[in-house]
Design a protein around this ligand. Sequence first.
Ligand code: NAD
Length: 491
Amino acid sequence: MGSIGGAYSPNFYDNKHYINGEYVTSKNKETYTVWNPKNGEVISDQMAIAGEDDINAAVEAAEAAYNGAWSKFSGQQRAACLMKLAAIMEEKMADILTLDSQSSGNPVSMIATREKNYIITAIKYYAGWTDKQKGDYYPDDDGFVKIVRHEPLGICAAVNPFNAPVATFIFKAAPALATGNVLIVKPSEKTPYGSLALAPLFEEAGFPKGVIQCVSGGGSTGAILASHMKIRKISFTGSVPTGQKIQIAAAKSNLKRVTLELGGKSPAVIFEDANLDNALTWTVNALLARSGQVCVAATRIYVQKSIAEQFIEKYVAKVKEAAGRLGDPQDPNTGLGPLVDHLALERVTGMIERAKNDAELVAGGNRKGDKGSFVEPTVFLNPKAGSEIIEKEVFGPVSVVKTFETEEEVIKLANDTEYGLMAGVFTRDVTRAMRVSAKLDAGVVGVNCVSYMNMQAPFGGKKSSGIGREFGEYALRAFTEPKTVLINMSA
Ligand code: NAD
């Protein structure tokens, strides 16, 4: 089928992949189960796990698409397709993300705001880049003209996390297609629906079949993609351990290019001269968005001693109040949904229980209700140095708050982590903002903001939080490779 029609029901996707412009029955007959996190009920136990034959079929179609009409598309034609995709998404995003929320638990109240902002902005932003891949030129001062072409990599694959499936799909597809690549997307086995529903919209927007495909499956499918000899790049977003496996598989197969957007344990540093209301708004929102299941969530709050009492009292009150907004993600009035599944519930509540021995619990700390995977937003004070709760990513609505006295002290504390994705510094002193932002070991530093990503500027992690950058012009570099053409002018 060319469009998803009325296929907003999860079971439409049982046993299916989207390969070469159509939903096809999986060749591999193994299946996995998807649960509804608001009540723990099974949505489907018939979701396909793409095996070698399925991936080979997708790669064959991708190769044909890459060498076919798509290779002749001008920049303007690629832009027109992306702009049409943006228009289609404006119309269908609510249906696609409502379907997706059945397994992600992401509240539908985010669709018109956060989701729309990221998805539509990314598509339109990269539509503007399609005809601006100009490359370089160097004159024949030494007898050779040097031309540098920015060429697409070819068949790329995206391996995506569960938390923001449709946005992640678009973050990878828009720059990949703007630069003329073809892309096979594998959403997380926890949240496959929005991505499977999105795939055919690319053909509706004018992209040839095979340019975008979507395969269903878990880690085993991701591993096949990562080691496939014809795939030239993996764009991965997910956890550090999986990122390491992908890097190894890529190196052991064909040295495919790899970008890794991994986890974080982002610090927010609040100095005594900060606008407190602003700091509260950003740090509270940073903890609660997608119930803490956000890579850039500000989960370590460092507050200067002189204002600590005042800040902590208000921060804790706001977090406690947010527990009342936990609810049915499909209800448009719900602000906070459940964690993605019972495994996440067990992991997060386990970390909370252990943290009770290492820090003072001042908000939340419990599962909410006995149905579904709802967890109260939780705050711990003064964690012991080296404890799990200050070192490990929770990927749930749990933060730790610690006080500090001096700038030097807090920079050391903030950087005392293997992660380096995002950091925030809250101060009204511009020189301090410049000094501290330069010293924080993070790919993105917010000044008087945190846990915010902007499409125009590079996004990605330092240290173990990743390799490479998405967003902005940098994502285009990650989907192209320079080719130097040397012209001998004396021949
Ligand atoms: P995950 O690593 O468990 O899974 C991510 C994807 O990898 C899934 O599609 C999974 O099926 C696949 N996978 C699993 N094993 C694989 C293997 N051996 N080879 C290839 N693929 C494999 O991560 P998750 O739980 O879905 O997502 C949460 C993590 O993602 C957190 O650590 C979070 O911080 C991170 N994240 C990072 C960003 C970012 O932009 N930096 C954004 C969102 C989430």
